[in-house]
Design a protein around this ligand. Structure first.
Ligand SMILES: [Fe+2]
Ligand SMILES: [Fe+2]
Length: 156
């Protein structure tokens, strides 16, 4: 995913990590585009919903990789991601079968995503910022900033 923001990510949902903010923004853009095509097109935007599910899957993998890199306890967060992917899979199946209320689903999905960013992704963003600050401190020779391994520092 690119790192350019397209402007669909509300400022209050930024996690202050360029890649994650760009991925969140892309997902909000996809949701918005599906809403528009659902309003204007006669057919259901099945391909777009599948692409949205793919974006979520790739984004969740990015977060899980970053959490591994900083040694963050992430099991509850991974569980949330897995539940969301199951929900998206079911939505794709229901859409194919003609049994999905797409607008209601997108409203629920956006609500879930905002809550998830606030409750789960922001702590990850803070942890990544701490790690980055520690690395900068170590390179600049600031005592104590990166002297201890990440695991021994207090969790956020
Ligand atoms: Fe996220
Ligand atoms: Fe997440």
């Amino acid at each position: 995913m690119g790192q350019k923001l397209h402007g669909m990510l509300p400022l209050e949902l930024m996690v202050d990590h360029a890649m994650l903010d760009a991925e969140h923004d892309e997902i909000f853009c996809r949701i918005e585009a599906i809403k528009e095509s659902a309003l204007s097109a006669e057919r259901m935007p099945e391909d777009e919903v599948l692409a949205l599910a793919d974006s979520f899957a790739r984004h969740f993998a990015s977060e899980e990789q970053l959490a591994r890199e900083v040694g963050m306890e992430f099991s509850e967060h991974v569980h949330e991601h897995a539940q969301a992917l199951r929900m998206l899979d079911k939505a794709c199946d229901d859409l194919r079968a003609g049994g999905l209320d797409l607008r209601s689903f997108l409203r629920c999905l956006e609500y879930w995503f905002e809550h998830h960013i606030n409750a789960f992704d922001k702590p990850l963003g803070r942890r990544l910022a701490q790690r980055a600050a520690g690395s900068r401190g170590a390179r600049a020779g600031v005592p104590g900033l990166a002297a201890r391994p990440a695991e021994s520092r207090p969790a956020v």
